[in-house]
Write a protein that binds this ligand. Structure first.
Ligand code: SAM
Length: 291
């Protein structure tokens, strides 16, 4: 069965009475070159792969040809009969039906990939929930090597931007903290059924063993980062003091101590400066003081 052939795919969907649900970000790949390339760049014969959202299984099959084992997590149970047909030739695929945001992925990795040397995530992500899924995967500190994901082109630019550049946002800093991120290749909107309104790109996040900077308190670091990007047009002094309820004079002094002008904007800081700022804020205002 050639799932990249639009006519074969339409026939399969029609005979199963399947209709696309926009609310689940269901845009299936119909270009024959995309999935082999994605699979090739994400795994090898020693890898266990978690796929999020297999759809009809077009990427799942390419992953299973190259990886040791694939566990595919799909929220839409209507795809059950289709997947049991399209994946029937493979004995190294398991489909788990559920919401990836609610499953215990740590447990899944520990239980299902005992015979794999490494584990990675590969997915054509549902666009309505791209950043939350990526943040959940990173923040859960899963035992994975990399995340290869198809996302909207604009999201790819943001996720892989250089911290300190105009394209960067709070999510860029988080991605950079946990991983080294790159755009692998672009994918045109015509490569999907139904065709979305925007183009896409495949990105790869290689998970870091250690973060690029050390901070006194991770929670404070991410709070400060969020505050820095909360109101992009305002100065860092205004947005951080408003968002975190820090006295402006205290914050002005902190900025002076780390050689930053009070007129600087959050998006202009590199990750080392963000770490310094967070540490200073932590020790001067957040850290519990000894009684
Ligand atoms: N992998 C297929 C492909 O490339 O053609 C389908 C990709 S489609 C963009 C996204 C898939 O994710 C859909 O099958 C959708 O049902 C599924 N999905 C959406 N939200 C999900 C969630 N929270 N957990 C697991 N799967 C989800």
């Amino acid at each position: 069965m050639n799932l990249s052939d639009i006519n074969e795919l339409k026939k399969l969907l029609d005979t199963s009475g399947f209709s696309f649900k926009k609310s689940l970000g269901q845009n299936f790949i119909i270009d024959g070159s995309v999935c082999p390339k994605m699979a090739e760049l994400s795994c090898d014969e020693n890898t266990g792969v978690i796929e999020i959202g297999p759809g009809v299984g077009v990427l799942t099959r390419e992953l299973a040809k190259r990886a040791k084992r694939v566990v595919a997590i799909e929220i839409d149970e209507r795809l059950k009969p289709i997947l049991s047909k399209t994946l029937e030739d493979f004995n190294n695929i398991e489909v788990v039906f559920g919401d990836v945001m609610k499953l215990d992925l740590k447990k899944m990795i520990a239980e299902k990939f005992t015979d794999c040397k490494k584990v990675c995530v590969c997915a054509n992500l549902p666009y309505y929930i791209t950043s939350p899924i990526i943040m959940m995967l990173l923040e859960s500190k899963l035992n994975i090597d990399s995340i290869t994901a198809m996302v909207q082109a604009e999201a790819a630019e943001r996720l892989c931007a250089k911290v300190g550049s105009r394209q960067a946002g709070a999510v860029t800093v988080a991605v950079d903290y946990y991983s080294s991120a790159n755009i692998l290749f672009d994918v045109k909107r015509e490569c999907f059924l139904p065709s979305p309104k925007v183009d896409s790109a495949v990105i790869k996040l290689e998970i870091r063993q250690n973060p690029p900077i050390n901070v006194n308190d991770e929670k404070t670091f991410f709070k400060v980062v969020k505050a820095c990007f909360a109101q992009r047009r305002k100065t860092l002094l205004n947005t951080v003091s408003n968002t975190l309820s820090i006295d402006k004079d205290v914050l002005r002094k902190i900025l002076e101590e780390i050689d930053l002008e009070p007129t600087v904007r959050g998006e202009q800081l590199n990750i080392t400066q963000l770490a310094l700022l967070s540490d200073k804020i932590y020790t001067s205002t957040f850290k519990p003081q000894p009684a």
